[in-house]
Design a protein around this ligand. Structure first.
Ligand code: TXA
Ligand code: MG
Length: 511
């Protein structure tokens, strides 16, 4: 089948295209169209053959019912019966908009549309293209999200094309959607009404109109065997190809844990993705890091979530690590979709963070122009099981002096460089538990302990690796003296890397 793709501008609606699309639906065909939540795959809701086509095109299990989209509130009367009084009020406040109500179905609605249920899901969308299309199609358009079953819902026409090109008659391209997550589903056939799927119309908003509202407990974080009330919610929906893991803890712990896991996974040859935010993106160095939006405005996160998951798919990412989001308002919908995408794979960030003892290693010498920076650079070249920020600092640095030229010369002949290093003084305000301070000589160690107190993280390099040795300052000596110093350091750094890796293996084992 050749899928026609038609661009359509909400501000200058080409009604001829709408008429053409409406005709396709009336004849039992399939048209994908934008709504404010996600793109929908439309069919005539009152035509059972058309409903079957939807299931086939999406590869969707046919016990998973469809949402019937209408363009005016009064259209409800034909498809629903025993409509509770509160529905009118809900329609007044939230329609057109991202709210789907479950009601008792009338005989006009075929069981193919409702997946065999005696209830029907109804929504009046905000998007004007959607509403005009519904009118042109006769008033009742069933539309699931326009993705292949199991993939993230489409938020752009391009996504629909990726999944359904050649399988449907037409795609109306109305640009990017505004909300990005599917509508809130509210079951109005039970008392009190129950939210089956969280969305942009939040619990708070509904409670203001209804008073008491219950929430399907399987929605978030419930690993119980109870099946969710909305049949569609039981599938591992919205799933990217990669294994998605959500880290949970304080934001600091989440960042540290993600850094750690991304580093380790990349070391093991995995293609890694990281879901970060405006506020946190600067903290990540490993993996493909994508900015999903701002924590200050969770709407931006909702809008980008599915597109980001699709991008990771295209890049064949194998593991994705994500931060968590607040469980209030729109955050609830975001977490619900993330958890579904992750197949409920939540990891305690704190437990991951506990598996790493040191995160930063600082070599301390007198002037930070030779032994300290050499040791730091040598350690950076090592294969380390865990990730460390490796630095050096001096005890008596008066100005940002460049490295000693002889030190650079011997490093170069060992195929390394101190590059643009300039001396900096060791100036931590305090020594945190996850910093390992390695003094080049006993003298600096003692000064550090006098200054900071002994919190058990300050050693001489030799002491830390269990050797009695000394790394003499080559200052004023010949190139050979510097060469000998490099040799000496090189042996010690080998042992240091071995010790750090053994330590890492131990802390990782303990968990
Ligand atoms: O925002 C949306 O709702 C989008 C746009 C296109 O309108 N549509 C959408 O449809 O998300 P879909 O098919 O991907 O999700 C419909 C959900 C499924 O989880 C389904 O099980 C549930 O609604 N549902 C439909 N009819 C139901 C019913 N009678 N009782 C309980 N759940 C129902
Ligand atoms: Mg869907």
């Amino acid at each position: 089948m050749n899928t026609k793709i038609k661009k359509i501008d909400v501000n200058k609606m080409d009604m001829q295209i709408i008429e053409e699309a409406g005709e396709i639906l009336k004849r039992g065909g399939l048209v994908a169209f934008p709504t404010e939540t996600v793109y929908g795959l439309g069919a005539d809701a009152l035509d059972e053959k058309a409903a079957r086509k939807i299931y086939a095109a999406k590869g969707r299990p046919s016990d998973n019912p469809l949402i019937v989209h209408i363009a005016e509130v009064r259209a409800l009367d034909r498809i629903a019966t025993d409509i509770p009084i509160k529905v009118e009020e809900l329609a007044y406040y939230f329609w057109p908009g991202p709210l789907t109500m479950i009601l008792k179905k009338s005989e006009e609605v075929p069981y193919e549309t409702t997946g065999g249920l005696d209830t029907v899901a109804v929504r009046l969308p905000q998007n004007v293209i959607a509403r005009e299309l519904i009118r042109a199609a006769g008033g009742y358009v069933s539309a699931p999200s326009a993705n292949t079953s199991g993939r993230p819902s489409p938020t752009k026409a391009e996504h629909v094309k990726q999944d359904l090109d050649g399988k449907i008659d037409m795609i109306l391209d109305g640009g990017s959607v505004e909300i990005g997550l599917e509508s809130t589903i509210l079951d109005m056939t039970v008392k009190p009404p129950m939210i089956l799927r969280p969305g942009a119309v939040t619990l708070d908003m509904l409670e203001k109109v209804l008073g008491d509202v219950s929430v399907d407990q399987t929605m978030i974080g419930d690993e119980s065997e109870t099946p969710p009330k909305a049949p569609g919610m039981k599938y591992r929906h919205y799933a990217p190809k990669a294994k998605l893991m959500i880290l949970e803890g304080s934001l600091r712990e989440e960042i540290l844990a993600i850094r750690q896991m991304a580093y380790e996974a990349e070391r093991n040859g995995k293609k890694v993705g990281v879901i970060a935010t405006n506020e946190t993106i600067g903290f990540y160095t490993n993996g493909r890091v994508k900015n999903i939006g701002s924590r200050e405005n969770e709407k931006t996160i909702a809008r980008n979530l599915y597109a980001v998951l699709r991008e990771f798919d295209e890049e064949d990412v194998e593991e994705i690590y994500s931060e968590s989001f607040a469980l209030e308002g729109m955050g609830k919908a975001i977490m619900n979709r993330l958890e579904k995408a992750a197949g409920h794979l939540r990891i305690s960030a704190e437990a991951v963070v506990r598996q790493q003892k040191y995160r930063r290693i600082v070599f301390v010498s007198n002037s930070d122009t030779c032994r300290g920076p050499m040791a730091a650079e040598m350690l950076r070249q090592k294969e380390l099981v865990q990730e460390y920020v490796i630095d050096s600092g001096g005890m008596v640095v008066l100005f940002p002096e460049p490295v000693n030229p002889k030190a650079e010369a011997v490093m170069k002949s060992a195929k390394m460089t101190l590059g643009n290093h300039v001396a900096q003084s060791f100036s931590e305000t305090e020594i945190d538990r996850d910093i390992l301070v390695l003094a080049v000589e006993e003298e600096q160690k003692e000064k550090l302990i006098t200054q900071y107190g002994d919190n058990g993280n300050i050693y001489t390099l030799c002491e830390f690796i269990g050797e009695t040795c000394k790394v003499e300052d080559p200052y004023g000596g010949s190139l050979q003296t510097y060469g000998a110093c490099l040799e000496k350091l090189s042996g010690l750094i080998d042992k240091l890397a071995g010790k750090l890796n053994a330590l890492a293996a131990m802390t990782m084992d303990k968990e």
